[in-house]
Design a protein around this ligand. Sequence first.
Ligand code: GSH
Length: 230
Amino acid sequence: MKLYSVSDGPPSLAVRMTLKALDIPYELHNVDYVNSEHLSEEYAKMNPQKEIPVLDDDGFYLSESVAIMQYLCDKYGPESSLYPKNPKERAIVNQRLNFNMAFYYSSIGQYVMAPIFFDYQRTELGLKKVHIALQVFETYLKSLGTKYAAGNNLTIADFPLVTATICLEAIDFKLDEYPLIKKWYATFKAENPQLWEIAEGGMKEIAFFEKNPPDLSAMNHPIHPIKKVK
Ligand SMILES: N[C@@H](CCC(=O)N[C@@H](CS)C(=O)NCC(=O)O)C(=O)O
């Protein structure tokens, strides 16, 4: 088992947390992002989207972090409470995973990550979207009334929600307006130190790059505008 991952990428970190939580041995391949390893034709054979992460399970290549987390649980932890079998419990986990991908991390990534790595600005509209995403997550935590995002136990839904939230911590964005998110995030850290260690490494890197933007001038990116770093 091999994971193509990037050390400050929230989707990669969520997959690494899943591998750790399920105690699956694997080889970690840190993709050379600055030198565009993921933009190569060789990489595209594993993932035509040219995105990170990709799992290689003995020649079975899988991209999209949510699909990877679900596959790992289905194949290597079928009885694990990380991905419950009960249809309603599983539906809540799936809902939170999709909410994160399409709404929560999508807003946070646009606002926090894109301007660090590429030539995008933080805007009022972007900030508004982050607050709306936080309000919705706060509402989910309140309506379910549980310790974790999809129930009283830790599930794979918590991993990408945590790795999205690290982006906010990295830019010192205060969560005081969102007491339930603040409590959920603190509980996750306190109760899962070995998983938090994975996320914290990424958070610290993002915090460093926020102050010292990486030089990606060697990249010929097909989508993102490259920033001139002085
Ligand atoms: N939906 C994908 C998103 C993965 C993603 O956006 N990864 C980033 C790194 S964190 C990436 O590979 N971006 C391509 C690029 O920046 O060229 C997933 O969850 O796996």
